[in-house]
Ligand binder design. Sequence first.
Ligand SMILES: [Zn+2]
Length: 240
Amino acid sequence: MYAFYDAYFIASKNKDFFLQFINKYFNNDCLLCDSRTEHNAKLLCDLCMSDLDLYPLGSDLLYSYSSISSHIIHDAITGIAVVSNYQWPFEQWIPQMKFHNHINSAKLMGQMLNEHLANSLWPTIDLITPMPIHSQRLLQRGYNQAELLCKFINYSSHSTLFHGLTRTKYTQPQTELNKIERKQNMKQAFACENTVQGKTVLLVDDVITTGHTANAAAQELLNSGATAVYLVAVAIRKYN
Ligand SMILES: [Zn+2]
């Protein structure tokens, strides 16, 4: 409250400061071109949005893009939705969110996930779970980027956030390993509460590369009684 009076006091003396204050808290600049967005809930202007190369809203990679999904391990996953390939500007926004706690990048990408989910033909999701990271990594990074994305997802009023899936093994990044090592690396990497019994679960992640990590998490959810597991991610990175 005092902050407001301070701002008001300064603002009454300085019109420019007051305008800056209003702009900072009640309007948004486009994350790409810095021009003012038309609506304060939007973080990208319409022109920049139209420049992005996105997968169609509601499309499922497993059914509409089998040439892409055939390179991903997904036998425990019923459906996969992604916003874009791992390319500009997502290759900038994702590290900003992951390593620099850039809340506006997380918000924008979370909103994009939300839009995909709202248009999907998937059945009702009961539980939404961020892809967990190991406690050691959480300590290093301070937060889980998938959890940050989940804050901006409001899939339906029937779905609730679930934190019963945990990462029990500190694993090497999958991209540093060969095919056999990747599978081995993910063995018993997750644990799950059995409260998922009979539930449809949505896994939320930032990037899919080989699919091994998401698939191992999905398998653990199925082993614990989940009916089906769907995956939504911001980007898919091609792995050679
Ligand atoms: Zn723009």
